[in-house]
Design a protein around this ligand. Structure first.
Ligand code: DGJ
Length: 724
């Protein structure tokens, strides 16, 4: 038996600006998890086993949670690995550990070996100093001489403290992504997974764990996300010392983890963080991390151009004259990028045919797209084009020629969804075909933007050899994205999947915007966007002003509310701008101008979010100086329900500095009427709307709160606070 003494143990410590991670390194074992949380200055002061007496009727040797818990050799909880060799070698325990530092205290590879089951697991961990984001990924190498069947390999195993109380994860469906689900943690296993072959609307691969007393802007919270666009699984399990372990990884279909002798299985990345600044502090960490990863054309983000997308305006009815008229109307209200959505390619007049035939429809565009693109460019707008490369309709030339290119299983019927099948893009000839078709268009036209859609879950996901192809499909999609980006580096890509079915840090290695939801109803969007912003920054959040009434819900909201809800994201317009009443067009134009004036403020820095239990939801975008003090804040307050109070409750602003004064001015699109939707005003609000605004004390605003106007439901109130 191994003997532990009080302080002869080695430790591994990662540090970031505000957090620390500590692992204990006992000889002949995998590292033991000791700590992940707010910064501690030093390693653990004592070995774990030296500080916890053995309980009764347990194994005679203590087996705490390790970085890579194995199955069958003393650990009874969820293991980081499930594997066997034709029924043998079903138990794993790592008995050799080599620590390879890439950067002291920041980045390390822990190489673990189990000579008995002939495997080598490398866990890579790196801590980003400024963002406090921990990235983990694992690689399992089969060093034996027979096939290893891996059924589960966690990208990482994390330790959560005993104060962990609830887990906020996201469920949903088409038209309602990021539907918050809060579960209380208990001794029951918490598990969420998706087997739909894409990130999914139903189960976002990530969650937030809150601790006792944590709020939107204060208290200790933890978050983790799997950077992966395929099947996934996450588990939180109570441990016998009252702490929890949190595992996340790819859900492997049977056979997907078969590792030949010498082969390696690499997991996706697990991106995790913790913050003592509540949900908003955690969001800021994820935003900073993603911002550092986004691969912009030219190396940095340009101000996010206002879009017009043709989908809800025209659906499949994209005849060039109409589309040109729409482009003209779009340019007149200030649109900067015109995106031709579905319906432009060979035979595509409805959703029952044509996916796969990626050349312009001869009846709509007999001379190709050149004339339309030139018209759009002449109006001063960029041109963007919709594709859904991974899909094929049975009614298409491509399918008639290559029915075997669709993912399928021998002996099983093909299962269509939205009348379409999924192409096996892991076949080189299939991805070559798709690359060729997209490249042909991008090479001859100045197309600067692709909206890349993916409108169904995967079923009968069989590769040509009959094995499961979920994993191969995701890797092949990433490779196709990468190839197009390499050949057309000036092109930005939007990730769409029936709205927000493919939003994750994995696809965002290749893309620059996501289509958050097919639901453009501003009321629905308030919640969807709140969930989205927990992990993703506003500048990549496709947010459109749709028509009234909203196509997906039948609800009608004012132009001001629709625009105010879309404003903080990457703004777009998705309606038939040709038929807008003059007053509506003028109002839309004014909001677009306000977006242009504010986008620099909106698309950098922190986002804080909160709610008041009177139908009010707010978000604030601002900078923090080195002392953690907010200097320039744009505050958007949405009233979603009528007030329950005679006098509207005030809004405390927790990001403000108590020792400073702030000048506050209301932001109103030029020429529009104020106060938007208010019944009555008061001198305070008249002053806010004056050129000088009002000078108010940060401490007062932080603790006593900002007065809010008395407003109708479905209205917004926007102010800018500048530290003086
Ligand atoms: C689903 C997308 O989410 C929509 O925006 C639109 O592009 C349609 N597909 C087109 O078929």
């Amino acid at each position: 038996m191994l003997v532990t003494t009080l302080n002869t143990t080695e430790y591994l410590m990662l540090q970031s600006q505000n957090t620390s991670l500590v692992l204990e390194l006992p000889v002949g074992e995998a590292p033991i998890w000791r700590y992940w949380g707010p910064k501690v200055r030093d390693k653990a002061p004592h070995a774990l086993r030296a500080s916890r007496p053995l309980p009764s009727f347990m194994l005679d040797f203590d087996h705490p949670l390790t970085l890579a818990p194995g199955f069958g050799v003393g650990w009874f909880g969820q293991s980081a690995l499930l594997a066997h060799r034709n029924g043998q070698s079903f138990a794993q325990a790592f008995t050799q550990c080599v620590v390879q530092w890439e950067q002291p205290e920041r980045s390390v590879r822990v190489v673990l070996t189990d000579p008995v089951s002939a495997i080598e697991l490398t866990v890579h961990m790196s801590m980003d100093y400024p963002s406090d984001v921990l990235t983990m990924k694992s690689s399992l190498r089969n060093v034996g001489d027979t096939v290893l069947d891996v059924q589960w390999l966690a990208a990482g195993t994390l330790l959560l403290p005993a104060q962990a109380q609830s887990v906020r994860s996201y469920a949903g469906q088409h038209n309602h992504e990021f539907l918050l689900q809060t579960d209380k943690l208990s001794r029951s296993l918490w598990r969420r997974e998706s087997r739909r072959g894409r990130t999914s609307h139903d189960c976002f691969p990530g969650a937030v764990v809150t601790t006792d007393g944590s709020t939107e802007c204060a208290g200790l919270v933890y978050g983790a996300h799997l950077a992966w666009s395929g099947n996934h699984q996450q588990t939180i399990e109570w441990l016998h010392d009252a702490q929890y372990q949190w595992q996340m990884g790819e859900w492997l279909a049977p056979g997907e983890g078969l590792l030949a002798a010498g082969a390696t299985l690499n997991t996706p990345e697990l991106v995790a963080s913790c913050s003592t600044q509540g949900l908003s502090g955690l969001a800021a960490n994820f935003h900073a991390e993603l911002r550092s990863r986004l691969n912009w054309p030219g190396g940095q983000m340009r101000p996010r151009p206002v879009h017009l997308n043709t989908w809800e305006g025209f659906y499949f009815d994209v005849y060039p004259e109409k589309v040109k008229e729409l482009a003209t109307a779009a340019a007149a209200v200030g649109v900067e990028r015109f995106v031709l959505d579905d319906g432009w390619f060979h035979g595509r007049h409805h959703d029952r045919a044509a996916l796969g035939d990626w050349w312009p429809d001869e009846s709509k565009f007999p001379q190709g797209l050149g004339d339309l693109v030139a018209h759009v460019n002449a109006l001063g707008m960029e041109f963007g084009l919709w594709f859904e490369p991974e899909m094929i309709n049975p009614d298409s030339d491509l399918y008639r020629e290559h029915p075997d290119w669709a993912l399928q299983l021998a002996g099983r019927p093909l299962i269509t969804a939205r009348n379409q099948l999924v192409l096996d893009i892991s076949r080189p000839e299939v991805s070559e075909y798709l690359f060729g078709k997209i490249d042909a268009l991008l090479s001859v036209q100045p197309i600067r933007y692709i909206k890349w859609d993916h409108n169904r879950d995967l079923t009968t996901t069989g590769l040509h050899d009959g094995t499961a192809g979920y994993r191969a499909q995701v890797h092949a999609a990433y490779a196709l994205f990468a190839r197009i980006r390499a050949v057309h580096p000036e092109v930005e890509i939007e990730s769409c999947s029936g709205g927000g079915g493919r939003i994750d840090f994995g696809v965002l290695r290749y893309t620059h915007r996501v289509w958050t939801s097919d639901c453009i109803d501003a009321m629905s969007r308030v919640d969807i966007q709140r969930g989205f912003l927990q992990f993703f920054p506003p500048e990549i959040m496709g947010a459109h002003v749709g028509s009234a009434c909203a196509h997906t819900t039948g609800r009608t909201q004012s132009m001001a509310f629709r625009a105010a809800v879309a404003l903080p994201g990457h703004l777009g317009v998705e309606l038939d701008a040709r038929i807008l009443r003059e007053a509506d067009a003028a109002e839309l134009k004014a909001w677009i101008q306000m977006y242009k004036d504010l986008r620099e403020r909106l698309h950098h820095g922190h986002v804080w979010q909160g709610a008041i239990d009177d139908g009010i939801v707010w978000q604030a975008h601002g900078d923090l100086d080195d002392a953690g003090v907010a200097s320039d804040v744009l505050l958007l307050v949405y009233r979603t329900q009528p007030t329950n109070h005679r006098y509207t409750p005030r809004l405390p602003l927790p990001m403000l500095y108590t020792q400073a004064e702030y000048r506050i001015r209301q932001c109103v699109p030029a020429g529009t009427v104020l106060p938007t939707g208010a019944h009555n005003t008061a001198p305070f609000f008249d002053a806010l709307n004056s050129a000088e605004g009002l000078l108010l004390d940060g401490g007062w605003l932080r603790h006593a709160g900002l007065p809010l106007p008395r407003a109708q439901a479905e209205t917004a109130f926007i102010v800018r606070l500048t530290r003086v």
